[in-house]
Design a protein around this ligand. Structure first.
Ligand code: 15L
Length: 272
């Protein structure tokens, strides 16, 4: 990888990767729909709206690999999800294919599988159970990634990210926390590992109470160093400030499952 593009570079994960991948690849091209801090040595800065195919084609021109973080990063109305996450992700893959990009890492989310209950351990082979329009868009990203890997030979890694940050924010995040340094390892696996064809890996650290069997990531060399239990007291103190949420507290996706819920609460049993 010589030139690596990061979309969504203005977001929390993007800003962190901008620092940690600087100098790892010869050029980092950083893109977002909002202006970014000026380029430093080894950087290029770009302003692109993902729903605009012509702009996306310019954005991917000349890159070898992409870390696709761009799009809406939480629940929203359908129209912005459709434009940024669905059309935007399709545009990215199609433009990348035309430009001969070799590898794409796509940031999907635990919300693609948020309606699995917390007492079920899931691996990378379970079918999607999205918990929101946002989660549906992330499942779409995984599907379009599989298509471009199988049909066009792009090397695609989907990262089902839990919660990225310096520490786990509450009880739920003790299971899904992702330490920034561990995210770097996962990106480097996706951009460099020789055996990638199409992968779904969980973006999660070495958390004792993880809900995810992430053995595929370990097979590819992932050795996370973050351990959420080191922050247990902090997470539980924050949890104590939250109201109980019968639906959200049962499912892995948390509040995303409870919001707008109009289903049958007596169905709070394991989905098939
Ligand atoms: C996500 O996918 C979101 O991007 C992030 O903002 C958090 O809500 C995270 O999931 C989470 O589940 O904690």
């Amino acid at each position: 990888m010589d030139r690596v593009l990061i979309t969504g570079a203005a977001g929390g994960i993007g800003r962190s990767l901008r620092e940690s991948l600087l100098g790892v690849y010869r050029v980092l091209r950083l893109s977002d729909r909002v202006p970014l801090a000026p380029a430093r040595t080894g950087e290029e800065v770009d302003l692109t709206e993902l729903s605009d195919m012509a702009a996306v084609e310019r954005m991917v021109d000349g890159v070898d690999g992409i870390v696709h973080l761009g799009g809406i990063s939480g629940e929203s109305e359908w129209e912005p999800i459709l434009q940024s996450n669905i059309a935007g992700t399709y545009n990215l893959f199609e433009a990348a294919r035309r430009a001969g990009v070799q590898r794409i890492i796509v940031a999907t989310s635990n919300h693609a599988v948020g309606f699995y209950p917390r007492d079920r351990k899931i691996d990378h082979q379970v079918v999607p159970r999205p918990d929101s329009r946002y989660g549906v868009s992330k499942a779409f990203g995984e599907a379009v990634g599989a298509l471009y890997a199988d049909k066009h030979g792009l090397k695609v890694t989907c990262l089902r990210i839990g919660n990225f940050g310096d520490k786990p924010l509450d009880h739920r995040r003790l299971s899904i926390w992702l330490k920034p340094e561990d995210m770097v390892q996962l990106c480097r696996i996706g951009l460099e590992h020789p055996d990638i064809h199409f992968e779904i890996l969980y973006g999660v650290s070495d958390n004792e109470r993880s809900w995810w069997d992430n053995h595929r990531a370990y097979d590819l060399g992932y050795r996370p160093t973050g351990k959420s239990e080191d922050f247990r007291e902090h997470a539980m103190a924050e949890q104590a400030k939250l109201k109980p949420d019968p639906v959200g507290d049962f499912y892995q996706g948390g509040a995303f499952c409870g919001m707008e819920f109009s289903g049958d609460k007596s169905r709070i049993i394991e989905p098939e």
